[in-house]
Design a protein around this ligand. Structure first.
Ligand code: 13P
Length: 247
């Protein structure tokens, strides 16, 4: 039985006031049983988030980490620093990192290894662009991303995969439940044998314009274990409704 998981990726949003307001509401909301909940603020807001979430069911993660352990890497944050701060999760290989920061599969693999080495649970993001889907290449792209990230790893304890079709992120376009389900089932098959993972027990989240009003039909699909939520995670009521839909 795979535990449902709903994660908010706040991207580059937030101020001390908005983080306080959002997390105060979220922590006060009754936590539905059986659903893990996490938020991923900017690095700057992680400490504040950890203190607001202390003693609650809401875990905290980061949106990225360095592939390096430590040293002269200006602007970078090491996985071990995130673990030391109290983070449980880290998002790796988000399409915005791949697109705007030229993150290759090799770099994603190195970050994944760093995160696992620090004892963090990585959320590995994969997904195709619209052009790749229209060219009939969606599965090939996702398979290559999974192999590129996980192919050299011996084990990946606690790893979660997030399928985020690039064309559905922040666009209001969502993969239909059927499209998402079919890719999730494909991902499970691809995961078998990679990094010692078992496709049946590894959690696979969907991401891309998940909202309160479409979450239920996505979560009704047998291979969708929850969501990685962008825009709708910035309002407590909207995010909580998605969490409730996962229960
Ligand atoms: P949106 O929910 O805003 O489409 O973002 C999805 C995402 O990129 C989560 O990581």
């Amino acid at each position: 039985m795979r535990q449902r998981l709903v994660v908010g990726n706040w991207k580059m949003h937030g101020s001390r006031d908005s983080v306080h307001a959002l997390l105060t509401d979220l922590v006060a909301a009754p936590a539905p049983g059986g659903v893990g909940v996490a938020v991923c603020p900017t690095y700057l807001h992680i400490h504040q988030a950890l203190s607001l979430c202390a003693g609650s069911a809401v875990a905290v993660g980061a949106q990225d980490c360095s592939a390096q352990e430590e040293g002269a890497f200006t602007g970078e944050v090491a996985a071990a620093m995130l673990a030391d701060a109290g983070c449980q999760w880290v998002i790796i290989g988000h399409s915005e990192r791949r697109q705007y920061h030229a993150e290759s599969d090799a770099l994603v693999a190195a970050k994944l290894a760093a995160a696992l080495g620090a004892g963090l649970q990585p959320i590995l993001c994969v997904g195709e662009t619209r052009e790749q889907r229209e060219a009939g290449d969606a599965q090939g792209v996702v398979a290559a991303q999974l192999k590129g990230a996980l192919g050299e790893l011996v084990s990946a304890p606690g790893l979660v995969v997030a399928y985020e079709p690039v064309w559905a992120i922040g666009t209001g376009l969502t993969a239909t439940p059927g499209e998402a389900q079919s890719m999730h089932a494909f991902i499970r098959g691809e995961l078998d044998g990679l990094a010692g993972l078992d496709g049946d027990t590894t959690r696979v989240l969907y991401g891309g314009s998940v909202k309160a009003d479409n979450a239920g039909e996505l979560f009704a699909q047998q291979d969708i274990d929850g969501a990685l939520v962008g825009g709708a995670s910035l309002k407590a009521a909207d995010f909580q409704a998605i969490v409730n839909a996962a229960a």
